[in-house]
Design a protein around this ligand. Structure first.
Ligand SMILES: [Zn+2]
Length: 486
């Protein structure tokens, strides 16, 4: 078991959230720098908020230091979170959401626009930024603007004004952009502004009344099917529309968020091969959890496949260990079959997926305490993302360096120049403001409501032990999170 002595230095114990880090020395750690493409044993020193020294160790000095102990990486970026403020502060506030981000190792998060009112004009941005400033959190909050006025899908929002106000992306997430005509115009205008369009790809006609992934598990449970085709056709349509606007808007860019099916990922793969400016992200829950969790299974996605890559039968396997119909498992897009989850993981490993994004979607108990098909969609994910990815790493399914890339340089590239220039974009560079996460890959923690900083405790991982305890998160030179024992 790795040591719990990551934070050293006379001031480490006195550091307070939001204050500049005076002196922090982390010795005998495993450093991962995805910008330099390097990982190995090393030590860092942070002084007065600046990453003063990064020392790579070799030979005898590096002996016994591995990626299963204390790890230092640039601070993570999440392209897709819902912070619920303004409008639904019972589910989450900007302050509680940023605290959850810091606990998860994220130093930059991009909030979606589906608040109440939606972020379809700069005044809403100002309110959200005021809340972030009042929170005292050093986590950087970046904002997506809505594509359409009121996210109603009828007419374009003032994209230029939102761009001037600092929008990093445009999205009607929560819903897809309603019509292909609007999608076309949005890609055109967003492209002229040099800002990517983040599309939640779903054909709502195919998913009307849908409750759970269409397939064996949903059929046995009697839940109305949510077909993979609803995502595949929406992704293919968006890519086709993108191709049509490129001659007029050569810097147009389409980002497909929370892609969850093998067919949609194949479409993204083909578009990338064809040289189209398409990127995508995948969520931790879609690569590690499957639809059998709705039935009460709690094994990882790769454990739910047989030797031929076909989903096992959880009833025949005796894999059902929890009550069925847990609404913590209800999410949009739904938890998919094990074959789709394997395709999501493969896309992450081979680079088809540019980033891991959590789609952090906190909800109140009231909104989740309903029949399965009526409960709110969403999983609270900021604080469990690292643990789920480390479980995947631990199973030998994902290289640690790739997991870190997908949380740092990958999302930074999607954002381009709007990424904010924090650690994830720069790597572990001496002389820059410290922006990093320190976690103990060898130490586990149990996901409980009390352990979560988010107001949303709606995760099917409650009660589970995850690897990778975050010890410290430093954002822009300031302390964002510190484990009580660190
Ligand atoms: Zn969405």
């Amino acid at each position: 078991m790795a040591e719990k002595r990551a934070a050293r230095g006379p001031e480490a114990a006195q550091m307070r959230i939001g204050e500049p880090v005076g002196l922090l020395e982390i010795s005998r750690a495993w450093l991962v720098d995805p910008v330099a493409g390097r990982e190995g044993a090393g030590e860092i020193v942070v002084r007065d908020g600046v990453l003063e020294a990064v020392t790579w160790l070799a030979g005898a000095a590096a002996k016994g230091i591995g990626p299963d102990g204390v790890v230092v990486a640039p601070g993570f970026i999440d392209l897709h979170v819902h912070l619920r403020e303004p409008g639904n502060e019972d589910a989450e506030t900007v302050a509680s959401g940023l605290a959850a981000a810091a606990h998860g190792g994220f130093t930059t998060v991009c909030a979606m626009a589906n608040t109440t009112p939606p972020a379809d004009e700069p005044g809403v941005f100002a309110r959200i930024r005021d809340a972030a400033a009042a929170s005292g959190s050093p986590v950087e909050l970046l904002l997506h603007g809505a594509v359409t006025v009121g996210r109603a899908g009828e007419r374009l929002a003032a994209l230029g004004e939102l761009a001037d106000a600092g929008a990093v992306g445009f999205s009607d997430d929560g819903s897809p952009v309603k019509s292909p005509v609007i999608l076309r115009n949005a890609l055109l205008y967003a492209g002229m502004l040099g800002i990517p369009l983040f599309e939640h790809a779903e054909d709502p006609v195919l998913t009307a009344g849908a409750e759970a992934n269409e397939g064996y598990v949903g059929t046995v449970l009697g839940l109305k099917g949510w077909p993979a085709a609803a995502e595949v056709t929406a992704v293919e349509r968006a890519i086709a529309v993108l191709g049509a606007v490129l001659p007029d808007a050569p810097v147009a860019a389409l980002h497909l968020t929370h892609v969850s099916t093998a067919g949609a990922l194949d479409a993204v793969r083909r578009a990338k091969v064809a040289g189209l400016p398409v990127t995508c992200d995948v969520t931790p829950h879609h690569l590690a959890l499957t639809d059998e969790w709705v039935a009460g299974a709690r094994r990882w996605a790769w454990e739910a496949l047989d030797g031929d890559g076909v989903a096992r039968d959880p009833w025949a396997d005796g894999a059902l260990v929890a009550h069925p119909y847990a609404t913590t498992c209800r999410v949009n897009p739904p938890l998919r079959a094990a074959e789709d989850a394997a395709a999501v993981l493969e896309a992450l490993v081979d680079g088809t997926a540019d980033a891991v994004a959590t789609d952090h979607a906190p909800h109140t108990q009231v909104d989740k305490e309903a029949e399965f098909g009526l409960a709110a969609n969403g999983i609270s994910g900021l604080e469990t993302a690292l643990g789920v990815l480390l479980a995947t790493v631990g199973a030998g399914r994902l290289p640690l360096a790739r997991a870190v890339e997908a949380l740092t340089t990958g999302p930074a590239r999607v954002l381009g120049g709007r990424a904010g220039g924090r650690g994830a974009a720069r790597g572990l560079v001496e002389g820059a403001p410290a922006d990093l996460v320190v976690f103990d890959a060898g130490a586990g923690w149990t996901v409980t409501a009390a352990a979560l900083a988010s107001r949303g405790t709606n995760t099917p991982l409650l009660g589970r032990e995850l690897p990778g305890r975050v010890l410290l998160t430093v954002a822009g030179g300031r302390l964002a999170y510190r484990d009580a024992d660190a």
